[in-house]
Design a protein around this ligand. Structure first.
Ligand code: NDP
Length: 247
């Protein structure tokens, strides 16, 4: 899958690590100008910035738990970019616990960061995209939105909410040529999956028809496609990147 993003201005939330980092690298390699956020690890964001090909990229600090600050940070970022063609709502957290023991604050913070964060950032870019009569928003979901998972009721609810939110947004914005889609990864090699024990890893592998955990780049290529004009007739969809884990 190839895509050309030359001249496009794109914001990626949580772009400093993991899947977000792979997305930022992919988009920069295709000619886009990137503004990507980090929450606390400025060192990781700084190191990534130095790796990127092309000019004019920058990172910015964004904590989705601080809802009241999100709109002004996003407006400032759009202004600095000089317009916006794409937004990737990638930042996301987990606070796993079986429901019997899940604290209300852990339920709330996962919904706040993942679902409300996606709402806040999407809303912040709409006027700019409407004026430009075009844009693409890509929201990171998860296979867990479809399967559920013990210990992840908060996370599963946030991701299922993101997909339903995305379909509504796609409907509302279609007449303005603003597209919105979700990407639902399965198991991806990140810091999170690195730390799993061998036994757990073997169980996971046995459940994946393609027989391996994905590289973050395999998610990034789908995100890049959805942002590009090659996906000009795709909106309101969830694209699964899970090795056949759920068909
Ligand atoms: P990581 O934990 O590796 O990275 C998370 C990113 O989000 C970092 O840039 C982090 O910044 C930022 N972040 C953390 N907390 C906040 C916050 N409160 N506000 C704003 N930004 C924040 O995540 P992954 O790469 O694993 O996941 C990326 C997305 O993909 C998430 O939405 C996740 O749910 C989804 N996903 C991941 C899967 C996987 O296997 N990894 C599978 C399915 C979906 P900082 O570094 O400064 O903390």
């Amino acid at each position: 899958m190839s895509a050309n993003l030359a001249g496009q201005n794109i914001i990626v939330t949580g772009g400093s690590r993991g899947i977000g980092k792979a997305i930022v690298k992919k988009l920069a390699s295709q000619g886009a100008r990137l503004a990507f956020s980090y929450a606390s690890r400025v060192d990781a964001a700084e190191a990534l910035l130095k790796e990127l090909p092309g000019e004019g990229h920058f990172h910015f600090s964004l904590n989705l738990a601080e809802a009241e600050k999100v709109d002004s940070i996003m407006q400032e970022t759009i202004k600095k970019l000089g317009g916006l063609n794409g937004l990737v709502n990638n930042a996301g957290i987990t606070k796993d616990q079986i429901l019997l023991r899940m604290k209300e604050e852990d339920f709330d913070s996962v919904i706040q960061t993942n679902l409300k964060g996606t709402y806040l950032c999407s809303k912040a870019v709409l006027k700019t995209m409407m004026k430009a009569r075009g844009g693409s928003i890509v929201n990171l979901s998860s296979v867990i939105a479809h399967t559920g998972n013990s210990g992840q009721a908060n996370y599963a609810a946030s991701k299922a909410g993101i997909e339903a939110f995305t379909r509504s947004l796609a409907n509302e914005m279609a007449s303005r040529n603003v597209r919105a889609n979700s990407v639902a990864p399965g198991f991806i090699a990140t810091e999170m999956t690195d730390s799993l024990g061998d036994e757990v890893k073997e169980k996971i592998l046995a459940s994946i028809p393609l027989g391996r955990i994905a590289e973050a780049e395999e998610v990034a290529s789908v995100v890049s496609f959805l942002l590009s004009n090659e996906a000009s007739y795709i909106t309101g969809q969830t694209i699964h990147v899970n090795g056949g884990l759920r068909m």
